[in-house]
Design a binder for this molecule. Structure first.
Ligand code: DSN
Length: 417
């Protein structure tokens, strides 16, 4: 019981130290990833992982819940305060689980959902045919305008009037523009639909009031805590009081068993961090860095989907560069830059290849990089994608990437941080 990991399981020890090295020595540009604080990591590795706590604070099915109750109450209160929500449920294990509980609470099997098409920037759990949400509900999708590559509200309204959805979902995982919740609310009101915002990606920006606020307009808001919020992996649901009972009942016992109390403690810590003044400074820098990425790429001849960014990400169309998203991510990986291939609107390629890549600034902003470093990274990306298979050139870029990473160290304290 008391032996260190290195002794108990050297293979996993090696895997973890390898991952530490990878995170330290590469440039993380995946828009949905971030680096949690040491305090959050302490909670994740704490004894709260040992505790069963089915139920909610003060009303559990197991004894011994006094201390986990403290953690969950703090997480709930902090989430309510930050987002100005009447109720928060902090138990969903992920963003998809949060969405699932909302659907269970608001819909019957076979009801119609109107949401953004996955290939236009939406999310699997918003009704995609191979996801539970697509099996259980009838999905109708809106997309973006071909020219502006921004949400086409005429289409959203026309589809809403035609299909009379019970739920309209706004929110995306690959869309670099503000989500105009007020416009969705007008349409939802017109057709008497519930409105849910999935702010998984932009929760940190919303918390810092740097993105339009969904709360006055939506019945329910779901989020993740690990993207721009910079907390542990997990989901959260925020809603009006009238939905509290049904949503809580659909998270537990409807959909999950025991909550992950160590993660909930980590969520509480991340939410406390989000209440500190420097969190807003961090979120402002995320925006500045995303804009710097957009500018740096544009001036090097890359085409940005929708022409730019209002949030933490940019979506690049590589069609004119003669590369697929898949090829580009592989080349970038060879120089220590991590990104993901992504479909672009009206993409002629399949998702396994894709014509674009998605880049995000949250993780590197946590490393304290700023606009000059973003510009330097754009130069690395440009040089790497033009180098094709020239190993000598790629090695040279990789050496510069390593130098930059060394200048912005991450987790110095012990082997797993
Ligand atoms: N996988 C997440 C993302 O990268 O956006 C969404 O769940």
């Amino acid at each position: 019981m008391l032996s260190p990991l290195l002794q108990v399981d050297p293979e996993i020890f090696e895997a973890i130290t390898g991952e530490v090295r990878r995170q330290q020595t590469s440039l993380e540009l995946i828009a949905s990833e971030n680096f949690v604080s040491v305090a959050v990591m302490e909670a994740l590795g704490s004894v709260m992982t040992n505790k069963y706590a089915e139920g909610y604070p003060g009303a559990r099915y197991y004894g011994g819940c006094d201390f986990v109750d403290i953690a969950e109450r703090l997480a709930i209160e902090r989430a309510r305060t930050i987002f100005g929500a009447e109720h928060a449920n902090v138990q969903p294990h992920s963003g998809t689980q949060a969405n699932m509980a909302v659907y269970f609470a608001l819909l019957e099997r076979g009801d119609t959902i109107l949401s953004m098409e996955l290939s236009m920037g939406g999310h699997l759990s918003h009704g995609y045919k191979k996801n539970f949400s697509g099996h259980s509900y009838h999905s109708v999708f809106y997309g973006v305008d071909r020219k502006t590559e921004q949400i086409d509200f005429d289409q959203v309204r026309a589809l809403a009037l035609e299909h009379r959805p019970k739920l309209i979902i706004c929110g995306a995982s690959a869309y670099s523009r503000f989500i105009q919740f007020s416009r969705f609310a007008e349409i939802a009101r017109e057709v008497d639909a519930y409105l849910m915002a999935d702010i998984a990606h932009i929760a940190g920006l919303v918390a810092a009031k740097l993105h339009p606020d969904p709360f006055p307009y939506c019945d329910v808001v779901t989020a993740t805590t690990h993207k721009t919020m910079r907390g542990p992996r997990g989901g959260i649901i925020l809603c009006r009081q009238e939905h509290q009972k049904s949503i809580d009942a659909q998270v537990f016992p409807g959909m999950q068993g025991g909550p992950l109390m160590h993660v909930i403690a980590g969520k509480a810590i991340a939410l406390k961090e989000a209440m500190a003044p420097d969190f807003r400074v961090y979120q402002e820098q995320i925006l500045k860095n995303a804009r710097a990425l957009a500018l740096g790429l544009e001036k090097r001849g890359f085409r940005l989907v929708s022409g730019g960014t209002d949030n933490h990400m940019v979506l690049i169309d590589l069609s004119a560069k003669g590369l697929t998203g898949q090829q580009a991510t592989q080349i970038l990986e060879r120089v220590g830059i991590t990104a993901n291939k992504n479909l672009i609107p009206y993409d002629p390629r399949p998702a396994t290849e894709a014509s674009g890549i998605r880049l995000g600034s949250p993780a590197l902003t946590s490393r304290r990089m700023r606009e000059p470093e973003m510009d330097q990274i754009c130069a690395f990306i440009d040089q790497a994608l033009s180098a094709a298979d020239d190993q000598a050139k790629l090695d040279k870029i990789h050496a510069q990437v390593l130098e930059l990473c060394e200048a912005y160290p991450l987790y110095q304290r012990s082997y797993h941080m």
